[in-house]
Design a protein around this ligand. Structure first.
Ligand code: HEC
Length: 399
C-alpha cells in the first residue's frame, strides 16, 4: 500500500474509532449513572419504576424508567447498537492496518519469538475468536448459573492466561493491544449476541402482550456488568502504546494485569458510590496496586544513573556509531527501508544535534526498555544500550 495513503487511512480509522468509542462508553456510563440515580416517582404512577430530573445545556429533562416493558410500544424506540458496532469495526480495521500489515515491524520481536508474520496474525485472530466462544460458553453454562464466583475466577484466570500467552509470542506492544482487542471483542459480542437479543425479546413480548422470559433479562444484565468492568482496562490497552515502561518491561503481562486490576477497582468503587455506599477500601487496594507497579518498574530499570556517570566519560563518536548502526535505517529524513517513507513519529537521528535533541526519548525507548530498535533486526546488545544510557546520564554532550 502507498505509505502516505496508509497514514491517512490510519488517521481516519483512529479518529472514527475514538469518536464511536466515546459514544459507546459514554452512553453506557450515562445509563449506569441514570439507573443509580433514579428516584421513586413523587406521585406514584402505574408502571413507572423511577424518575429523574436533570438540567443540561439549555434545558430541563425529566426521564421515567418503565417497569420491565411498556404496555404499548411507542412509535419510535431508540436502540444503542451502532456505537458498539462501529467501535468494533473501526478497531478491527485499525488492528489489521497497523499490526497485521506491519506484522514484521510491530508484532514480531525476534528476542521474544521468531515467528513468521502469517503465523503471528493467525495467533492473534485465532486467540480472540477462541476467547469469545469460550467465554460465551462458560457464561451460558450451568456453572455460571450455580457458581458465579467460580465462573468469575475461571474468567479472570483465562484472561491472565491470554495476556501471558500473547506476551510469549508478540512484541510487548502487540501483546497489550491484542489483550485489549480480545476484551473489546467480548464487549461488542456481548452487545450483539446477548444484550440486544434480550431487548428484542422484551419488545416482542410487550408487542404480543406476553410475559418476557426472565432468563433473557438476567443473562443480558450479567453481560452488561462484565462490560462495565472491562471498560477501563480496555481503554488502558488502547493508549498503552505511548508508555514503553509498561509494555517494554520483561514481565509486561504482570504490569498489564495489575493495571487492569486498578481499572476494575476504580470502576467498582464508582459503582458502590453510585449505589450510595462508600468504596474507600477499594481505593486503598487501587493505591497499593499503583505502588506495586511503580516498585517493580523502577526496581528493574538498568542502573544508568549517577553512579555510572562517573564511570569515565562516553565519547560521542561511540554513541553516533550505535545510532547509525541500529536506528538510522528508519529514523532518517529518507529512511532506507521500504516500510517507511518518512522518519517514524518525525524522529530523525542523523545529526549529532538531532541525537541530542531526542536523548530523553532514546533513553525511554532503547535503554530503560528494549522497545527500539523496533523488531531489533540489527541485534542491538545490552552493552550498547548501557553505553547510550551512560552518555545520557553524563548530560548527552555532543563534543
Ligand atoms: C525498523 C524501524 C525502526 C528502527 C530500526 C528504529 N525505530 Fe524508532 N521508531 C520506529 C517507529 C515505526 C516508531 C513509531 C512508533 C509508533 O508508532 O508509536 C518509532 C518511534 C521512535 C521514537 C519516538 C517514540 C515516541 O513515542 O515518541 C524514538 C525516540 C525512537 N523511535 C528511537 C529509536 C532509536 C534510539 C532507535 C535505535 C536504537 C530506533 N528508534 C530504531 C521505527 C524504528
Amino acid at each position: 500500500m502507498d505509505i502516505a495513503f496508509g497514514d491517512w487511512l490510519n488517521l481516519a480509522l483512529r479518529w472514527a474509532h475514538i469518536v464511536t468509542g466515546i459514544a459507546w462508553i459514554g452512553s453506557s456510563f450515562y445509563f449506569m449513572w441514570l439507573d443509580a440515580h433514579l428516584e421513586k416517582p413523587a406521585e406514584p404512577r402505574e408502571g413507572v419504576e423511577g424518575e429523574i430530573w436533570m438540567v443540561h445545556s439549555g434545558g430541563f429533562y425529566q426521564i421515567h424508567k418503565i417497569d420491565v416493558a411498556p404496555k404499548k410500544m411507542p412509535k419510535t424506540l431508540h436502540w444503542f447498537i451502532w456505537e458498539a458496532t462501529f467501535t468494533w469495526i473501526t478497531g478491527a480495521l485499525l488492528l489489521a492496518l497497523v499490526y497485521y500489515l506491519g506484522a514484521r515491524v510491530f508484532m514480531i520481536d525476534p528476542e521474544i519469538a521468531e515467528i513468521a508474520p502469517g503465523v503471528a496474525v493467525a495467533i492473534g485472530i485465532g486467540a480472540i475468536a477462541v476467547a469469545w466462544f469460550a467465554y460465551d460458553a462458560l457464561w451460558a453454562s450451568p456453572l455460571a448459573k450455580n457458581r458465579q464466583g467460580l465462573a468469575n475466577i475461571v474468567s479472570l484466570l483465562a484472561l491472565a492466561g491470554f495476556a501471558f500467552g500473547f506476551s510469549q509470542f508478540f512484541s510487548g506492544r502487540a501483546a497489550f493491544i491484542h489483550t485489549g482487542a480480545l476484551m473489546g471483542t467480548i464487549m461488542a459480542a456481548n452487545v450483539w449476541r446477548r444484550i440486544i437479543p434480550s431487548q428484542q425479546g422484551l419488545v416482542a413480548a410487550a408487542k404480543a402482550g406476553t410475559t418476557p422470559d426472565a432468563q433473557l433479562g438476567i443473562r443480558a444484565k450479567q453481560r452488561s456488568v462484565h462490560n462495565n468492568y472491562l471498560t477501563l482496562p480496555v481503554i488502558f490497552t488502547m493508549i498503552s502504546a505511548h508508555y514503553p515502561m509498561t509494555f517494554g518491561h520483561n514481565i509486561n503481562w504482570v504490569i498489564l494485569l495489575a493495571l487492569f486490576a486498578i481499572g476494575a477497582v476504580v470502576r467498582h468503587s464508582f459503582n458502590l458510590r453510585n449505589k450510595g455506599r462508600k468504596g474507600t477500601g477499594w481505593v486503598a487496594i487501587g493505591a497499593s496496586l499503583v505502588g506495586f507497579i511503580v516498585l517493580i518498574v523502577t526496581a528493574s530499570l538498568p542502573k544508568t544513573g549517577a553512579g555510572d556517570a562517573q564511570n569515565g566519560p562516553v565519547a560521542f563518536a561511540a554513541v553516533n556509531n550505535i545510532v547509525a548502526k541500529h536506528c538510522v535505517s528508519c529514523h532518517a529524513k529518507k529512511p532506507n527501508r521500504e516500510d517507511f517513507e518518512e522518519a517514524p513519529k518525525g524522529v530523525m537521528l542523523e545529526t549529532p544535534a538531532q541525537i541530542r535533541q531526542w536523548a530523553v526519548k532514546i533513553r525511554k525507548q532503547s535503554v530503560d526498555t528494549k522497545v527500539m530498535p523496533l523488531g531489533n533486526e540489527t541485534k542491538m546488545t545490552m552493552a550498547e544500550r548501557a553505553l547510550l544510557g551512560r552518555w545520557i546520564a553524563q548530560g548527552a554532550k555532543i563534543e
